[in-house]
Design a protein around this ligand. Structure first.
Ligand SMILES: C[S@@+](CC[C@H](N)C(=O)[O-])C[C@H]1O[C@@H](n2cnc3c(N)ncnc32)[C@H](O)[C@@H]1O
Length: 203
């Protein structure tokens, strides 16, 4: 782990069970909203908080050059093994700084940050979005989804971000809203409503 991160420690527990559970959902179902906005095959794509690697693998299978960031190493190891047939660069890094990825010269036509930002404290939301925006190529797209903390979620690692806070953070980072949606949970958890946002970088 790049540094001690309570959320990564949480996600690293029961990595095999969690990885298998996440892998039961399909990228195309969870992210149906963004399929029409994906860049041409061959483009660089970043998956931040990649978890089991389900989405990174689907993107690699679609012909993208994929970098997957995952701070919970047990989960990243599960994903590496499960999707060994796909060419994915796995990196141990974390928001808000993404210091390893930001130090690399590669910039991304598309960034996916699915179900991750609720693990960033409110004070770090702006910086996290700014970090992601800085990693985009001009006119690149950033897809993010969040949900509010549920009754069973540990308060120490789940932080609610209002719609206004997300839209304001994006505006400050020169990101234009393409669309926003509310989606049900694809793992059939009835209490979870996901708010999904797609932004485009204004150059
Ligand atoms: C709910 S899972 C989502 C996994 C995957 N993106 C998906 O949609 O299935 C949240 C993931 O974010 C990772 N994570 C937690 N805090 C993070 C941070 N500060 N920066 C990057 N990833 C983080 C966790 O380790 C976990 O894999």
């Amino acid at each position: 782990m790049i540094a001690h991160l309570a959320s990564a420690e949480y996600y690293g527990r029961d990595a095999a069970e969690r990885g298998a559970r996440y892998a039961r959902a399909r990228f195309e179902d969870i992210h149906a909203d963004i399929l029409d906005h994906l860049p041409p095959p061959g483009s660089d794509v970043l998956d931040v908080g990649a978890g089991s690697g389900r989405d990174a693998a689907a993107l690699a299978a679609r012909g993208y050059r994929v970098v997957a960031v995952e701070p919970a190493q047990a989960l990243a190891d599960w994903g590496r093994a499960r999707y060994a047939d796909q060419e994915i660069i796995w990196i141990d890094d974390a928001l808000p700084a993404l210091s390893v990825v930001s130090a690399m010269p590669r910039r991304y036509a598309f960034i996916l940050c699915s179900a991750v930002l609720m693990h960033v404290v409110a004070e770090a939301l702006d910086r996290s979005v700014a970090t992601l925006a800085a990693l985009l190529t001009p006119r690149g797209h950033l897809a993010m989804s969040v949900r509010d903390r549920g009754a069973q979620d540990p308060a120490a690692i789940f932080h609610n971000h209002s719609e206004d806070a997300i839209l304001e953070a994006a505006r400050r980072s020169n990101l234009a809203l393409v669309h926003q949606r509310e989606n049900p949970d694809q793992l059939a958890r009835p209490d979870f409503i996901w708010r999904a946002y797609l932004f485009r970088k204004i150059d």
